[in-house]
Write a protein that binds this ligand. Sequence first.
Ligand code: BG6
Ligand code: MG
Length: 217
Amino acid sequence: MSEQKNNWLEQAKGAIFDLDGVIVDTAKYHYLAWKWLASELGFDFTEKDNERLKGVSRMRSLDILLEVGGITLDEARKEELAAQKNQLYVDYISKIDENELLPGAKAYMLGLKERGVKISLGSASKNAGLILDKLGITELFDAIVDGTKVAKAKPDPEVFLLAAQELGLSAAECVVYEDALAGIEAAHAAGMKAVGIGEAHNLPDADMLVDGLHQLV
Ligand code: BG6
Ligand code: MG
């Protein structure tokens, strides 16, 4: 990382990381679990459809999936299906270890810590605690804000505003790292700059774009 480094990135006092698709390659397990559920319901769910689910809460993800399949269900049945999807997802993530950390993620966070930058998680996932534990990186975080702590899902800024608050920083002092469109929107709604992890066509509004955190190390 060198010439494309931006001032706002160097000056940030807080770094707020999304989890799935930024620190760890769990996005593929979410996709596999949703794809399985769609096939149980009798339709195909493509990777393109799946982009709409990134960063989105579990129940909102199910609503989008059912919309793709043209299916309407009552709340009780939706709760059942979301629980089934989550069970399959938890089966997958119960087996992960530090090898599933995305390239450069740990090295980048360690570098930030050396520079005195505070680090928070800012994830929609209710499984974040289990995942961080499996990866052995819980201790790297000064604050952990996940789906168990927030009421409103991204693109609402709640998760990032709470993360900044827990770090004792203002929104403007924090930078967000996100792989989801809804996450970039949430960062901007919070008044934070956002580093997009992924491809420009999926993240057109990111303030800076990289393929992965390895590019910033
Ligand atoms: C986000 C993922 O991090 O967490 C979404 O990008 C997922 O795809 C959301 O739906 C909720 O995760 P969980 O683990 O609570 O079902
Ligand atoms: Mg993500």
